[in-house]
Design a protein around this ligand. Structure first.
Ligand SMILES: *Cc1c(COP(=O)(O)O)cnc(C)c1O
Length: 454
């Protein structure tokens, strides 16, 4: 796909459409001189160089990558109209597209009937799920793993609900014994399970949490903001060493959140929340004096806490899904490559004298640290920070990220390391670009080189 060509076609297509209406003169107050624009634009693009090369396979740091060209063209084309998916009269076409992509996401998770919509982010999507959870279990708290995204603790605070962090096991997954102790108190109304923690990519055992939740009469919400699309790899036998059970169990959870702006090839501004029971729509009910006048159909603004939302987001996701649908053969192939990259790098690290694996990757996030002598948390912390900084300099840069691992978490995985600090930064590489697969050897060699001087 040639982006330049298609961006030209995009402006042409919208121009053709606007030309079907009566011509008019833009107001002089909006006029911008081309020469002045050129000069401002030059300064603007210069400033944008102050960035890390998220697109490049040698960037193996945070959860960042550019959107797919189809998403860019979809977003920009629709944005020239700028529909607002708050209400049907704000943009019927993109509202219809939103319904279709939400149905595709629901099908991916195995939801039959469902209620759902896109959101601006995973944060807002989770907030909505926790809001509904609170309405259904007033006065009861929310349990989530201690490694869950910090948004859960924060949003519990916003909602005025008690948050119960549950300790994780030696692989970063929610400890079910501890969860059961918490559930026994009767103080919890909802359990949040995370399929793919933001730090380690650890996958909570949704399939084991569901029967517990049923026994104690609590809801289950799945935070699959990062990992949701890995459901596509959980088909027969489990592809690339992915345990299929947690992913298949999402179909039986009460709600799920996924961020198309993470693994769905979208620009930022695209999360999604889905509820298995459409009846929960009643909690969103409100009257609006401004909108909802063109049809008797359910408006997206009636089932969302956010008001204005970019119709362009729905358009971008719709266009992307037409080409790379959320199926094992579509988007699944993109995720499988990243998963293979993580397994390959983990093997290289295990065979290395200079690096150590922090834990086996469960998805496409590799966590590791330099093998320092003597092996202390303080030494690992300093060496990791140095590798991060040194890696970005020079003629052949590599970009990794660091993750703070606590003393107890470290001891559970590497008991022989001297705990002379309350934790240590380790190295973390999110391999979410399929190209990573062909570059892990290079990345590994470069990071080894950096570790050699520790
Ligand atoms: C990224 C993430 C979030 C927050 O989503 P945003 O889109 O950044 O607001 C929540 N939970 C998990 C597991 C995440 O990875």
């Amino acid at each position: 796909m040639d982006l330049q060509h298609w961006l030209g076609r995009a402006t042409q297509a919208i121009q053709d459409w606007t030309d079907t209406f009566d011509p008019y003169r833009p107001h002089p107050s909006l006029r911008v001189d081309d020469d002045r624009f050129a000069s401002v634009f030059a300064g603007f693009t210069e400033r944008l160089k102050d960035n890390y090369p998220f697109f490049h396979p040698h960037y193996a740091g945070q959860m960042l990558k550019p959107p797919h060209p189809a998403a860019v063209v979809g977003y920009l084309t629709a944005m020239l109209i700028n529909p607002n998916n708050h209400a049907l009269d704000g943009g019927p076409a993109t509202a219809a597209m939103e319904r279709e992509v939400v149905a595709q996401l629901a099908a991916m998770f195995g939801y039959g009937t469902h209620l759902g919509h896109l959101t601006t982010s995973g944060t807002i999507a989770n907030l909505e799920a926790l809001f509904v959870a609170r309405q259904l279990h007033p006065g009861r708290g929310i349990a989530h793993s201690a490694d869950a995204h910090y948004t859960h603790g924060r949003m519990c605070h916003v909602l005025g609900v008690a948050s119960h962090p549950v300790r994780t096991d030696g692989q970063g997954r929610m400890d079910l014994e501890v969860l059961q102790d918490v559930l026994r108190t009767g103080q919890v109304g909802t359990v949040v399970v995370t399929t793919g923690t933001t730090g380690l990519g650890a996958v909570d055992p949704v399939h084991d949490v569901l029967p517990l939740a049923e026994r104690y009469g609590v809801r289950v919400h799945v935070d699959a903001a990062y990992g949701g699309f890995f459901t596509l790899l959980a088909g027969a036998g489990g592809i690339e060493g992915l345990q299929p059970e947690p992913w298949r169990a999402i179909a039986r959870a009460d709600s799920v959140v996924v961020d198309p702006h993470k693994h769905g090839l979208q620009p930022y501004g695209c999360g999604a929340v889905l509820f298995r029971d459409p009846e929960v729509g009643r909690f969103y009910l409100h009257d609006s004096p401004y909108t909802y006048f063109t049809s008797a159909e359910l408006h997206l603004g009636e089932i969302s806490l956010e008001c204005s939302r970019a119709g362009a987001s729905a358009a971008a996701l719709w266009l992307t899904f037409q080409l790379l649908p959320p199926t094992p053969d579509g988007l699944g192939r993109v995720l499988a490559a990243g998963r293979r990259a993580a397994l390959k790098w983990a093997d290289l690290i295990e065979a290395s004298d200079l690096l150590e694996l922090y834990q086996q990757p469960q998805l496409d996030i590799v966590t590791y640290f330099p093998a320092v002598d003597p092996a202390t948390l303080g030494g690992i912390d300093a060496a990791s920070a140095r590798i991060l900084a040194d890696g970005m300099t020079g003629s052949d840069p590599v970009f990794v990220s660091t993750l703070k691992a606590g003393r107890e978490a470290f001891a559970a995985r590497h008991p022989k390391i001297t705990a002379n600090a309350d934790g240590a930064r380790i190295l973390r590489s999110v391999l979410m670009k399929p190209e990573s697969e062909l570059h892990v050897e290079h990345l590994h060699n470069r990071v080894e080189e950096l570790a050699r001087t520790c």
